[in-house]
Design a protein around this ligand. Sequence first.
Ligand code: ATP
Ligand code: LTN
Length: 331
Amino acid sequence: MLQNEKVCFSGVQPSGNLTIGNYLGAIKNFATFSNDYRCFYCVVDEHAITVRQVPAELRRRTYETLALYIACGVDPEKNTLYVQSHVPAHAELGWVLNCFTMFGELSRMTQFKDKSARHADNVNAGLFTYPTLMAADILLYQTDIVPVGIDQKQHLELTRDIATRFNSVHPDTFTIPEPYIPQTGMKICSLADPTKKMSKSDENPNAVIYILDDRDTIIRKFKRAVTDSGSEVRMGEGKDGINNLITIYSVLTGKSVADIEREFEGRGYGDFKLAVGEVCADALAPVHARFDELMADKAGLEAIMKQGAENASRAAYRTLSKVKKKLGFVI
Ligand code: ATP
Ligand code: LTN
């Protein structure tokens, strides 16, 4: 790693089919950091098993998530793309950070509260300590910036607290990371209940646009999106459904909210929903084409993940050895 080179890190779980929430809130922004940062983008399979997975599906989705990174513009020549479980340093540092994280802090995490309510039969210790592994992911690379959706802000704050605590006992160990949360697109909402985050684990497929949905499905789902009883395409308090659609249209086209409101003045929700569907399908078409090519060459994807794991391991072990020395482990 070059001295003074800034580092960017992010991760996505291979726990389901990726949604336009994952795309607009996170992955779409990944490529924009490649010129100014050394970037590590990880498929976090170890995080995914905090919820039960079907092994064959987890394996397939790990390939798919890696392929989607690339199909969304993240160039494997310019970025380090890899799978979390291929770099054991993540789990090792995760253990150490468990010993620098308080039970009370983990108990306050809203993702833990949500997921333990949804998976009440499997509130395992890994689900509880999920954020310490996430902190390890980030801190291993001396990360400066972490592009994520707003739902991850609390985990980033905890990561900063853990790093600061460790540094206060063992000075100059970790860089304190900053989140990068996009202004527009930080929280894409469900099409069925626009007060809720769009989530890849939603059991209603009509609530979610998957990145890999075909054109007709995308247009049909937007047509059926829940909106209020009004008809004016205008952002407003309590108009969660239309606000969400305007946000999606705005991130996809780069148009401002004011311009969008002007463009659709005097036209109803029906026209607007169709326009959002078309713009979304157009934006995803090239992603689909590239994804299909990549998935047809599994050996190519395996070569990318192998190379990525080698690069990542080198950087990760530098931090891990420093941590072990500071702790007093015999190395
Ligand atoms: P799950 O639904 O299984 O909890 P998830 O999609 O929320 O999964 P990840 O796959 O780990 O979780 O998310 C990857 C990235 O996508 C994170 O940076 C997260 O903040 C972002 N993201 C997820 N959903 C949305 C959304 N609806 N709007 C904006 N960003 C999102
Ligand atoms: N916790 C994230 C996924 C994740 C992540 C990370 C994101 C795991 N490790 C490191 C950014 C950096 C999620 O559930 N969305």
